[in-house]
Ligand binder design. Structure first.
Ligand code: NAD
Length: 380
């Protein structure tokens, strides 16, 4: 098969779906890899490096989309890109399918089989393909560095001839993959860290990283079978807000990562609560794209409200493009190996991962969750 890697078209996207060191894993299976010129330049991988690794560099994305049997991307396809895909080909990458009805229509018209990275089942066997986790690792790390760079204070305890500086107080809300990495990074920088997550299993993980788990009355049955958090009741969220509010007057940096898969992020910090924070403190909201965990977050912007800086930076993985691309690429090659066990393009939909990640196939949406959200009346 001809495997195509286009240059990402979204503004500010620096990642590439396949790095040169992993080209060989695909050509080894007797496939040809074609990369659009400049696809790796945002992540410091030159066209020459791709060619040396055995890929063919082609002039533009149009050739990649129009001629590839399998197109692999990072960001979801735009309508224009979907329209250029070869009929009956395969797409692998993020899809954001709940928000991309028109793109899915185009894919179905072209009988494209499309796999969404965010729908890879979160089972043990799929961990090496789980790009949500690898990108969350990047985000959690980078969020702390950006907050530390912005804060007008040291993170560590310092005892100097010019006086003693107490450590910064960092509060992490949501201790999934991003939150745990944020805890680890803030601890390495010497901050005093506390964290909360409604999934009880998280307490031990938080404590094992040397942070304090904030005790609250926990909801019963907070977790789905897949390990995700369920949406919490309004009553629980109100109690959670009260517990958070009690801590905010002495917190220097809050990093929020709370998300509910396929839904808007829960509001954990209201405007009234922001007013309780010290002047010069920071909220870094990693859920900005899903509406934000803070009521005052503006997606894609850094704003100052009531003396507090609220950072709603989007696409943090793109700010660490070399390793983010390497990790994504590793997830992709593992998925590729699992999807194409034979040299031809035949797919095994009995496989839990292949079936779980597939959104469109044979001209229709095959994922029930996506179908129900996009066509609640059952029109398709
Ligand atoms: P996520 O990005 O969907 O959510 C981030 C965190 O927000 C989660 O820990 C969630 O519990 C938390 N959260 C939700 N509502 C909250 C609230 N009201 N207040 C505070 N926090 C709230 O989740 P994620 O980080 O991608 O993954 C979550 C978990 O999924 C992991 O910790 C793990 O248990 C599981 N997982 C399993 C595998 C696997 O292969 N088995 C892979 C990845 C993740």
């Amino acid at each position: 098969m001809k495997i195509g890697i286009p240059k990402e078209s979204l503004d500010g996207e620096t990642r590439v779906a396949l790095v040169p060191s992993m080209v060989g894993l695909i050509t080894k299976q007797n496939h040809e890899v074609c990369v659009a010129a400049g696809a790796g330049e945002g992540s410091s991988f030159s066209d020459q490096a791709y060619e040396k690794a055995g890929a063919k560099c082609v002039k533009d994305n149009k050739t990649i989309f129009g001629e590839s049997d399998v197109t692999i991307k990072v960001q979801p396809l735009t309508k224009d890109e979907a329209g250029q895909l070869k009929n009956g080909s395969i797409y692998i990458g993020y899809m954001a399918p709940f928000y991309q009805k028109e793109v899915l229509d185009i894919l179905n018209k072209k009988k494209v089989t499309a796999f969404a990275m965010e729908f890879i089942p979160r089972i043990t066997r799929a961990q090496s393909m789980d790009s949500l986790s690898s990108m969350a690792t990047v985000s959690g790390y980078k969020a702390v560095l950006l907050a530390a760079a912005h804060l007008g204070k040291f993170f560590p305890l310092l005892m100097t001839a010019a006086g003693t500086v107490p450590p910064a107080n960092v509060f992490i809300l949501g201790a999934g993959v991003a939150g745990l990495q944020a805890i680890a990074t803030a601890k390495r920088l010497g901050a005093k860290v506390e964290a909360f997550d409604p999934r009880i299993a998280v307490k031990e993980q938080v404590e094992s990283l040397g942070a304090m788990f904030v005790e609250m009355e926990m909801p019963e049955d907070a977790e789905t079978e897949g390990g995700y958090a369920k949406a919490q009741s309004d009553e629980f969220l109100k109690k959670e807000q009260e517990a958070i509010a009690a801590r905010l007057p002495r917190i220097d940096v809050v990093i929020t990562t709370a998300q509910i898969f396929g839904k808007a992020a829960p509001v954990l910090i209201t405007e009234e609560m922001v007013k309780l924070m010290p002047q010069g403190s920071i909220i870094m909201d990693l859920a900005a794209e899903q509406g934000g965990n803070c009521e005052l977050t503006e997606a894609g912007k850094t704003v100052e409200k009531h003396g507090v800086t609220i950072m709603g930076i989007l696409n943090l993985p793109a700010t660490l493009p070399v390793h983010a691309s390497q990790m994504y690429s590793k997830n992709i090659t593992n998925l590729f190996k699992n999807t194409f066990t034979k040299e031809d393009a035949s797919l095994d939909f009995e496989d839990e991962i292949t079936k779980g990640a597939c959104i469109c196939r044979d001209g229709e949406i095959v994922n029930d969750m996506v179908k129900n959200v996009l066509y609640p009346e059952g029109a398709k």
